[in-house]
Design a protein around this ligand. Sequence first.
Ligand code: COA
Length: 330
Amino acid sequence: MIRTRFLSTGFRVPDRVVTNHELEGMMETSDEWIRQRSGIEARRWAAEDETGADLAESASRMALEHAGMDATELDCIILATLSPDHFFPGTGVFLQRQLGVTDIPCLDVRNQCSGFLYGLSVADAWIRTGAYRRILLVGTELHSAGLDLSLRGRDTGVLFGDGAGAVILAPTEEARGVLAVKVHADGRHAETLWTDVPGCAHRPYITCADIEEKHHVPAMQGREVFRHAVKRMPEAVREVLGETGLPLAEVDMVIPHQANLRISQAVQKTLGLPDEKMYNNIQRYGNTTAASIPIALHEAVAEGRIGDGALVCLTAFGSGFTWGAALVRW
Ligand code: COA
């Protein structure tokens, strides 16, 4: 039986650390409010000339190095982002070009905080059917270019951060790798967390008034997002466990999308997991949407908290609404 194995991980966050105290000087907020509501202490913001493709390239090169591979050995790139460098084409082809690769397919995934899991689901199917054998799956985000630091946007402005995480996936016949992956969506909540423009539902697709009225930056009904996230993530974890027949007690590490520390703590409580089985790094990076799971996965592996044979559960919830989970034998 062919399964999808993680060959390696890599990550990159911009050098600039923006603390909550620094934000206090830019907008009406406080370190205390941000910490209490989200657990975030700092986030990274990219330099003026840095792009999402640049962050993705650094994360990918680290993953390639850890796998002992050259970029030319890749046969597919899947890139997840909600903050693309351009309206079109997707950031995937810019990453491909920067890696010096040509001809291999680049798929751009637009599933926000669940983008990495949606990408993993596609990669897993492609690998198991033999379509591709070396897939680079990247989540990259450059939120700092589009944050609303005004009073209206301060709920989201303090949450999001920049960064990228990458993994290299390959087939294996061993009893390891992706054991199950499930993704879901409920479009009834599409406008609960969204960025309205630029968008071709409008004629023209962006106006000066849109920019003045801040329709081009994220708008969120935070409490609704919170309510659904704490329900859907445990549900998805239980779904992938149910699919494999493995008990929750055998899970060694849960890596939740780093949306908000309070959301992760609620998920942990619902599942009844001890602290050492829950990975959190939102304190340092904020919410990096599609990049948060691969960044956390990389750090957990680098810190030795995920070792050979560990049972790892990834779970995400985000805009759309979209959500899902994956169970991986490391
Ligand atoms: N700094 C200071 N005050 C802020 C603020 C900020 N950055 N953002 C909002 N506030 C204020 C509000 O204006 C409001 O003030 P008011 O009571 O005078 O009207 C007050 O804080 C409470 O706002 P509210 O939105 O009701 O707070 P909340 O308890 O729901 O917390 C979130 C807000 C965003 C932290 C919370 O809803 C949340 O975590 N939601 C999930 C968000 C998330 O994870 N999104 C990503 C999902 S992928």
